[in-house]
Structures are given as C-alpha cells and as structure tokens.
Design a protein around this ligand. Structure first.
Ligand code: SF4
Ligand code: SF4
Length: 149
C-alpha cells in the first residue's frame, strides 16, 4: 500500500491515521533508540549518545522491529494517546511534532521524498553513537549529549 500523497499529516489527527500513514511518519532518525536519563527531581530528560545495540547503524532502523519488545522490554511503542509521554521523544520526531500541532521539517522523507535527507540534515544518529554493549552502564552519564533535545 502506498501512502496518501495529499499531505495527510496536515489534516489527519494522529488517532485517526491508518497504519501505513502512522508508520510513514517515522523518519528513521534513530533518536528514540538512544538511552535517556531522567532527573528524578525535575523530570527533565537527557539524551545520551549510547544507542541500543540492535539498531542498524547505517539505516538507523531497527532490524527486529516486530519483535523489538520481546528483545528490549522497555523499547518504546508510540501511541496517539501518549499525552505527556511524547516528551520522551526528541523534539524533531514527527509524532511529537504533530502531537504539539507543529509542522514537519523539510528534511522529513514525507516532504523531501528521499529517505537520505534525515541523515544529510544531521538529524539521524548515523555515525554518532556508541553501542550499549560497549559502554559501562555506570558511566552512561558521561555520554549525555546536547544534539538531541
Ligand atoms: S524519534 Fe520518532 S521519527 Fe525518529 S526514529 Fe524514533 S519514532 Fe521515528
Ligand atoms: S529494539 Fe529496535 S526499536 Fe527498540 S530500542 Fe532497540 S533498535 Fe530501537
């Protein structure tokens, strides 16, 4: 099935999207596969450059997408009813942007028509991460980054 070319993301609420539309919103930046730290006092979220070891570092996609929660129990499954939990996603994520009633960026593949533009724009995690099977969990706070908000 192909995705509707009539900019469905501009006139369809997240909860009303059909499966193929919903899935096409993901730009495959891989940012949601980065480990995050939460400040217990403030609830602030900090991203690190440590990424799930299952990710394909070139495509920034999950090779085990269907089975991901069996492999990684706390792997996120985004839901249109997430509410405040959309803050767990990076500010560039299409799901968070649409939840916040903001437009997609020009580099989003739905707009550019090119799956590479998310990488060319420096949005994806390609070439910028350490795998979580190489990093000592006790030192993960040394990996906090500021290129994801
Ligand atoms: S952060 Fe959002 S757009 Fe990027 S890979 Fe995750 S779900 Fe897709
Ligand atoms: S299991 Fe897949 S989707 Fe989940 S965090 Fe790891 S690479 Fe990302």
């Amino acid at each position: 099935m192909t995705v509707d070319v009539l900019n469905f993301w501009e006139n369809t609420a997240l909860e009303d999207m059909i499966h193929v539309q919903w899935e096409s919103l993901c730009d495959n930046c891989g940012r949601c596969c980065l480990h995050k730290l939460e400040d217990e006092d403030t609830g602030d979220i900090y991203f690190t450059d440590v990424v799930c070891h299952y990710i394909d570092e070139q495509s920034c996609q999950c090779p085990h997408y269907e089975a991901r929660q069996q492999l990684v129990p706390d792997c996120l499954t985004i839901d249109s009813n997430w509410g405040d939990k959309f803050n767990w996603l990076p500010s560039t994520c299409a799901y968070r942007l649409l939840h916040e009633k903001k437009p997609l960026f020009d580099w989003h593949p739905l707009i550019s028509g090119d799956v590479e533009t998310v990488h060319l724009a420096g949005i994806s995690v390609r070439g910028r991460t350490f795998s979580d099977d190489e990093v000592n969990e006790k030192e993960i706070d040394l990996h906090i980054i500021n290129w994801v908000k």
